[in-house]
Design a protein around this ligand. Sequence first.
Ligand SMILES: *[C@@H]1O[C@H](CO)[C@@H](O)[C@H](O)[C@H]1NC(C)=O
Ligand SMILES: *[C@@H]1O[C@H](CO)[C@@H](O)[C@H](O)[C@H]1NC(C)=O
Ligand SMILES: *[C@@H]1O[C@H](CO)[C@@H](O)[C@H](O)[C@H]1NC(C)=O
Ligand SMILES: *[C@@H]1O[C@H](CO)[C@@H](O)[C@H](O)[C@H]1NC(C)=O
Length: 592
Amino acid sequence: MKIQYLQSQSQRVAFAGIFLILVPNFFPNLFDPLGRAYPSMFSEWNAPSAKHIRLLEGALHQEISEKQQLDIWSPLVYQGWKPCLDSASVPFNPEKSRGYIQVFLDGGLNQQRMGICDAVSVAKILNATLVIPHLEVNPVWQDSSSFTDIFDVDHFIEVLHNEISIVKELPSMYSWSTREYYATGIRPTRIKTAPVHASANWYLENVLPMLYSHGIAAIAPFSHRLAFDNLPKEIQLLRCKVNFQALAFVPHIRMLGDNLIQRLRSSPSTKKGTNDERGSGKFIVLHLRFDKDMAAHSACDFGGGKAEKLALAKYRQVIWQGRVMKTQFTNDELRQQGRCPLTPEEIGLLLRALGFNNDTRLYLASHKVYGGEARISTLRKMFPLMEDKKSLASDKERAQVEKKASLLAAVDYYVSMHTDVFISASPGNMHNAMLGYRAYRNMKTIRPNMVLLSQLFLNETIEWPEFQQAVEHGHKNRQGQIRLRKETQSIYTYPIPDCIPSSRSAVEALDNALLRRAEIKVKGSKRGRVDSAIQDLVKSVKLKGDNATAYRLLGECYEKKAMKDDAVNAYERAVRIDPHCVAARDALNRLG
Ligand SMILES: *[C@@H]1O[C@H](CO)[C@@H](O)[C@H](O)[C@H]1NC(C)=O
Ligand SMILES: *[C@@H]1O[C@H](CO)[C@@H](O)[C@H](O)[C@H]1NC(C)=O
Ligand SMILES: *[C@@H]1O[C@H](CO)[C@@H](O)[C@H](O)[C@H]1NC(C)=O
Ligand SMILES: *[C@@H]1O[C@H](CO)[C@@H](O)[C@H](O)[C@H]1NC(C)=O
């Protein structure tokens, strides 16, 4: 079964995505000569054909029940908070500014976006004036779009004017402080040593003195240089406000995005008068990052045969000089760990299994698909109404963004913000950014269960009905249900709870969410889930104080863990708070 072997190989390599995206941060190439040699065109292709033939047949002939259709298109239920970031902080007085903060941001659009949010926060911590951040030319995309080319700078300044002062340009007395100035020598006003995830104190101790003595500090590298934990609540809220409110794209990108969305919603296939609930007028965005960088870095095999494998290995060598850790694993191992990005075919099968069908409008958010149309032909077979920005935009519209990778990415970003359902085939900055934005707005986002899927795809005997059921079951709780940020996790990926202002109703909402989540976990029987439910419950009690439901659930958790004394304590507490709590009383009787 050579074909099968190759195919599964191919699936195994992709998760390198995460690392790939982090690499530029940790090896910042700021001020390196740009334009490394990127070997891009090899004749390395054997067009990959469909690999999961039987599943594909099953998918193409599947009947979707009405209930399934309603389920997949229904919006998420209210999970306890409304997005609201009106801060009541004391208006910032520019006259009290300690000086100017300048940052230089590398990476792609999403990474730069996080850098901008962090830069605003650092300026706030220091009471400094922020200079509109400088976006470095992206070495892969060679795009030199500036902040003002991508983001609506006046809106940015206006939304934040109560929080910090921002200037578009330095005043003339500091006009010497340019990128070129820092690129050509050691300069006393440059901060070069900001550690990854630096604390607020680090900035106060190391940057504030420079502001006092020079009136300006240029921080480079700056990406990922502000911690996610142990910051004042107002700083966390500010980050959210920058990310979700202040950073709007320039008007022509928003307009183009709106046009594309409108075309997607009013597709010819939309039958007038059909039940809107079943998906007519709705669409899904599939983010597919399947470029050569990703393919090579993942170290997985994507079914393009020996030529492709060699080409990717060579590319890896040239770009990362042996720094790709994934290469020590075989394709099968990587796949079993869920570390290979799904191929377009696989993501298509996943979507069909969830109940999307050949009526579904699918917008492909993608830069460049490695392998071109051949790579996505199977996906297109499953979703004949597949569109992308090229197919939907007019020549005139296209001309505004042509060859500008950042603007093209911005259009995809905008459409993804507004879609009914978002799914990403690979982890990475775009996936994370959307996860965060859509979680904050309580919008549906499907997170592929990579480990489950790789098991299913490695099973050579599985039939469509079993596959379909397993996929559906394995994604029930992966559609945007609340996930609270854990320590060290990014606030831009997990904005809850930090982005909820701590008004009473928000705390209550959060507590509700915690309790509901804990309840779901307690019902499941897995050991790990019980531990994590206990964490939720303890957090909930800390947030809102005594609550009988919380203590009753805690009792159940301890009972499951055979911690009888703790269980009895918790149940007793529940009964003390609410003498009518029958479940707790029964439990106490049961435990003697
Ligand atoms: C910034 O301003 C606030 C409010 O005026 C003040 O409490 C804080 O100490 C200032 N911080 C610095 C570093 O100047
Ligand atoms: C869509 O699928 C149905 C069966 O599920 C089939 O009858 C129909 O021809 C398909 N339409 C297209 C455009 O492929
Ligand atoms: C493959 O799937 C079939 C049907 O679901 C199942 O019975 C079998 O155990 C699976 N094989 C492996 C190796 O997981
Ligand atoms: C306990 O929490 C639940 C769920 O959040 C809520 O419905 C209930 O009113 C709370 N009880 C008390 C006494 O606060």
